[in-house]
Ligand binder design. Structure first.
Ligand SMILES: [Zn+2]
Length: 728
């Protein structure tokens, strides 16, 4: 699963600064004093490919002054737009907005990378100081009354002023974003809103830092080799390397991160250690003491409810969903509930299968949450004769990366070429860069790849646009990145990844392809800057190509023998594709349902622990599964506004991606060129220049229903029309 860029889609009007501090700020327009070198983070990017981020000159110390100068510069630009004596036009208002804030966008790209991948005490201090200032800055922009008047004027005359459809869409995006951010409130309400947003920014930062602290500090140290029972060589090696990095050479360490914990729960034969590791992981942010997130959550929920009321919405969820495909919480709930019941029924079957094996083994074990992954592996072996350990030797990270490039080339003609490391600086030695060209050899953009786990890197995987594509003032090529937390191989050996990791790799590459395919005029509408519940369509779609015979035969090569994965193993993998869908769906959906219900609960004070417990009980949550993200560690929802009341988006998007996949299989199969062309034209390249429901309909000739999703997961297909059928 991924998080979108801090920047994607917000170029042009998101940035920050408190009025009181502005007077003393340097502005980029003012020449620097002779003995003070200009901040390289602010300067236009130089070098090949239309300029690249100056990672060779970036330091933590430059972030704060860079952000402050960038904010000041954009405020000055916005003041000029707002004070223009000419009547508001598209060019002097919206195009001018698109041109503004460039220096700040450049600094924020580097700031975002430091926050998510190079996070240490120094970066955290900058985050704590700058998060509320950036929030205040954003409010200062959206609350500028003269600016909003001009935006509203352009918006209201959009149909009769000769604007292109894309320009009209941009006018709509600016207008609705400003209104939704409180542009129409009275001055007193604006002040209240700004205070709430600044407090929320502080709390989001604290929430994320608390989770990271528990992930960094928690660990299981294994002294005795016998306690490694069941772990395959690659997992033992990973644990040995983590131990080395934590000054415990000669021992083994299971870190408190998903990439360490999940393999341990899958393989460890030591049940009491599985329970220990499981408890450590699911209690992140919930341990009392300085890093406990419960009080933070209560305050965030109260502030969000108050903000929604100020803005005129029933709840935070209603506010968040208004500009999504789902549009209302009720429609998102309807989809989740339609899938929840069959998923829970499937879990009952899965648990029965696991219990049968446990009973056969004797020992009187009743399946508990720390047993699920371990016994699921045994069931898969028994039912489909597929063991993860049998597959992993064929899943070399670098080969699969070549496999993704193959998909991009076959479907869209994109060609990936490695960039000479001497030409393009990177922020960490693990990062590599590829140039991406179109079929005619014309540059499309750059792809940065940062695959490995390390301390200070946020867990999970995500795509980030360092620079969105745009064309209105001359062609600007995009720069995108994929980030994940895979384990490195033994020294001298390739990195081998799990099947789930391989799916994640393809998922994030789908986001990257969305960014690289962008072909629009205005950066605010480019690439992945689309509705939250539409953005996971390309990513979840790309996962499907991993298990095609073409990719596995050519790229899943054994790391020792170089031989391709055997045909019969591929067949068995494909037969097992719907295996464990009960677990996967319930683990995800319980988190999505709790997220939505927390944000529908309104203004009463919420005790997160109790709310979670009672909500899960009322849903009939199977006791053998825990939420994928328990409330105190739910970064998607509480480390920012991003996926708040929005975790359902993955399911919503998956109704679409499952339906797109069927468009391929109904036609010539996964490599059908005509379907790929339509996908590029109507979905991938258009960004947010069209309403997603319209774009989808143009691609498919109809709306997506729930049927393809249910088939994909192996659940019964309901006869009643699904919510997504009415996605208009
Ligand atoms: Zn994603």
């Amino acid at each position: 699963m991924s998080l979108k860029s801090l920047l994607a889609g917000v170029v042009g009007f998101t940035s920050a600064g408190i009025a009181a501090t502005l007077a003393s700020m340097p502005t980029a327009a003012r020449p620097p004093a002779p003995d003070v070198p200009a901040n390289p983070l602010l300067a236009p990017w130089t070098g090949p490919y239309g300029g690249v981020p100056p990672f060779d000159r970036a330091t933590v110390e430059l972030l704060k002054p860079g952000l402050e100068a960038g904010m000041a510069e954009q405020l000055a630009e916005i003041e000029r737009i707002a004070a223009d004596p000419e009547p508001a036009t598209f060019d002097n208002t919206l195009a001018a907005m698109e041109r503004s804030g460039r220096a700040l966008a450049r600094v924020r790209t580097v700031y975002g990378i430091y926050s998510s991948t190079l996070n240490d005490d120094a970066v955290q201090a900058v985050e704590r100081e700058m998060a509320p200032k950036l929030a205040a800055f954003e409010d200062q922009v959206t609350q500028n009354a003269r600016l909003f008047e001009r935006i509203a004027a352009v918006y209201e005359s959009r149909e009769k002023s000769g604007l292109t459809p894309e320009q009209q869409r941009l006018a709509w995006v600016y207008y609705t974003d400003f209104v939704r951010a409180g542009a129409r409130l009275d001055p007193q309400a604006k002040q209240q809103l700004a205070a709430i947003n600044q407090r929320l920014a502080t709390l989001y930062t604290r929430f994320g830092q608390n989770v990271l602290a528990d992930e960094n500090d928690g660990q299981l140290v294994i002294e005795n080799e016998a306690d490694l029972a069941g772990l395959p060589e690659s997992v033992r090696e990973g644990a040995a390397q983590v131990a080395v990095s934590r000054g415990k050479a000669g021992r083994w360490v299971i870190a408190n991160t998903r990439s360490s914990v999940e393999p341990f729960l899958t393989y460890s034969a030591r049940r009491e250690l599985r329970e220990k590791v499981w408890r450590m992981f699911v209690n992140r942010g919930d341990n009392g003491g300085a890093t406990d997130n419960n009080a933070v959550i209560t305050e965030i929920l109260a502030l969000r409810a108050e903000r929604a009321r100020l803005l005129g919405y029933e709840t935070h969820a209603h506010w968040r969903l208004e500009n999504t495909m789902a549009r209302t919480p009720a429609r998102a709930m309807q989809l989740m509930e339609a899938v929840w019941t069959p998923a829970v029924a499937r879990v009952r079957e899965e648990v029965a299968d696991m219990q049968a094996i446990a009973d056969q083994e004797g020992g009187g074990i009743r399946i508990e949450p720390w047993d699920y992954r371990y016994y699921a592996g045994k069931v898969r072996k028994a039912k489909y004769d597929v063991a993860e350990t049998e597959i992993t030797p064929y899943l070399q990270l670098e080969n699969l990366r070549e496999g993704m490039f193959h998909v991009a080339k076959e479907l869209f003609g994109f060609q990936f070429k490695p960039v000479d490391p001497a030409r393009v600086p990177v922020y960490h030695p693990d990062v590599r860069v590829w140039e991406v060209d179109d079929p005619a050899g014309k540059l499309v953009g750059l792809w940065y790849f940062d695959p490995y786990a390390r301390k200070g890197k946020r867990s999970g995987a995500w795509m980030n646009a360092y620079r969105p594509q745009e064309r209105f003032d001359g062609e600007v090529r995009t720069i995108v990145s994929n980030n994940s937390n895979f384990m490195k191989g033994k020294p001298g050996e390739p990195a081998l990844i799990s099947w789930t990791d391989a799916e994640t790799l393809f998922h994030e590459f789908g986001h990257a392809m969305h960014g690289l395919s962008s072909s629009v005029q205005y950066p605010s509408l480019a690439g992945t800057a689309v509705a939250r519940d539409y953005v996971e369509l390309p990513s979840q779609l790309f996962e499907h190509w991993l298990s095609t015979p073409e990719i596995l035969d050519r790229y899943a090569l054994h790391y020792q023998t170089g031989k391709p994965i055997p045909k019969d193993l591929v067949d068995r993998i494909r037969q097992a594709e719907r295996f464990n869908q009960g677990f996967d769906t319930v683990e995800y959906l319980s988190s999505a349902l709790v997220d939505m219900k927390l944000h529908l609960a309104g203004a009463q004070p919420i005790d997160p622990d109790r709310f979670e417990r009672e909500t899960l009980a009322s849903l009939g949550m199977p006791s053998e599964i825990v939420m994928r993200h328990r409330t105190p560690q739910f970064n998607h929802v509480f480390a920012g506004d991003g996926y708040s009341a929005g975790y359902y988006s993955y399911l919503w998007s998956d109704t679409l991606s499952a339906d797109v996949w069927e468009a391929f299989t109904e036609a010539g199969g996964p490599w059908d060129k005509a379907v790929a062309r339509r996908l590029y034209d109507d979905v991938l390249s258009v960004g947010n220049t069209v309403d997603p429901a319209d774009g989808y309909r143009a691609f498919r000739g109809r709306d997506a229903g729930i049927a393809a999703l249910m088939r994909r997961r192996g659940f019964p297909v309901p006869v009643v029309a699904a919510p997504a059928d009415k996605a208009n």
